[in-house]
Design a protein around this ligand. Structure first.
Ligand code: ZN
Length: 336
């Protein structure tokens, strides 16, 4: 009943540790957003507390209560905890860690293990990370910490050194497609599309099966992007200005949009190289084949590099307006 799509050997490793009771005090689960870190963390919590012989069974009282978020011994902390404050917190604060310490000092209430899941370990404040470090240095029996992070570099190295590292890598699109077909009963065509668009992160694909708005928003954005590619400089600069404003409000949205640009041009490259079967935007295959006729392969390669440079410069805090305008000037051709 391990729910992550297994391709890395993590499950046998965990199963073995749990079976023999040889568990570290803390695990660090590393991987991109939507890769399945929380799913794996909850599965570990279930495996530790499951009442069946083959753990986790997914159906006993313990497993069900953990899945429903109702188990008294499983505690998840993250930024959301601070959202009730007047100013939404950008860090996981020391009080949240002190609460955990207090709770960890008491024996498990209804299960066998207490499990504390820290969702976003890179967001621990310095104070909080140092406080957590003390806890990790003095392991308590029947208490396990699961630290989840998308950005390992931003986690205090001394904290990392106290954890066993579990890295979750992007899954092959075929494995995600199979899982969508078998477990979510998604239509075959949609399963292929979602598997490709997920870039190896099954959580993204699952969210998109549950929320139609995700695919709708992608279509709208792609429509806009394709319009910009066809347009003259006035419209391209207006787009750059609009993106720059958006960047100042929400960096993530702009980075996601650049991701769409990159996927599109990467697809053009694949079409050009005779690998149309491997493209991401499978629902636009014909448009991509038609558009690819207008470019030679070097033009496409150069523009892909420009897109990557732009994403890098935005991360390095360059002026968003300037770098986006330069990008707009460099879109090859206008003969689409
Ligand atoms: Zn169970």
């Amino acid at each position: 009943m391990w729910q992550i799509i297994e391709s890395t050997g993590l499950v046998p490793l965990l199963q073995n540790s749990i079976k023999h009771g040889r568990l570290p005090n803390a695990y660090l689960l590393v991987g991109p957003a939507h890769i399945g870190k929380m799913t794996l963390a909850l599965n570990i919590a279930q495996a530790l507390n499951c009442e069946a012989a083959d753990r986790p069974c997914g159906s006993c009282m313990s497993c069900s209560r953990i899945a429903a978020g109702k188990h008294a011994d499983i505690q998840i902390i993250g930024l959301a905890d601070g959202s009730t404050r007047e100013n939404k917190s950008k860090e996981i604060g020391i009080e949240q860690i002190r609460d955990i310490q207090h709770s960890a000092a008491l024996p498990p209430f209804e299960g066998k293990y207490k499990v504390f899941i820290i969702d976003g370990a890179e967001q621990l404040s310095n104070e909080a990370a140092n406080c957590l470090l003390k806890t990790l240095e003095e392991p308590a029996e029947k208490v396990i910490y699961l630290l989840l992070t998308v950005n390992e570099q931003a986690v205090l190295p001394t904290v990392i050194s106290r954890c066993q590292r579990l890295e979750l890598n992007p899954m092959p699109a075929a494995a995600i497609e199979k899982s969508l077909l078998e477990h979510r009963h998604v239509e075959p065509e949609k399963a292929i599309l979602l598997a490709r668009l997920s870039h190896g992160c099954p959580g993204w694909a699952i969210n998109a099966t549950e929320d139609e708005a995700i695919l709708e928003e992608r279509s709208e954005r792609l429509e806009k992007i394709r319009g910009v590619m066809r347009s003259g400089f006035d419209e391209r600069f207006a787009y750059a200005a609009q993106m720059a404003t958006q960047f100042n409000q929400n960096r993530r949205t702009v980075q996601d949009e650049l991701g769409l640009w990159l996927d599109w041009w990467h697809d053009l490259l694949l079409v050009k190289a005779g690998s149309a079967d491997s493209i991401t935007n499978v629902d636009f295959t014909n448009d991509l084949i038609k558009m690819a006729e207008n470019y030679d392969i070097s033009q496409i390669r150069v523009f892909i590099s420009r897109l990557q440079e732009t994403a890098g410069q935005l991360q390095m805090n360059a002026s968003p307006r300037l770098v986006l305008e330069v990008l707009m000037l460099n879109i090859p051709g206008r003969n689409i």
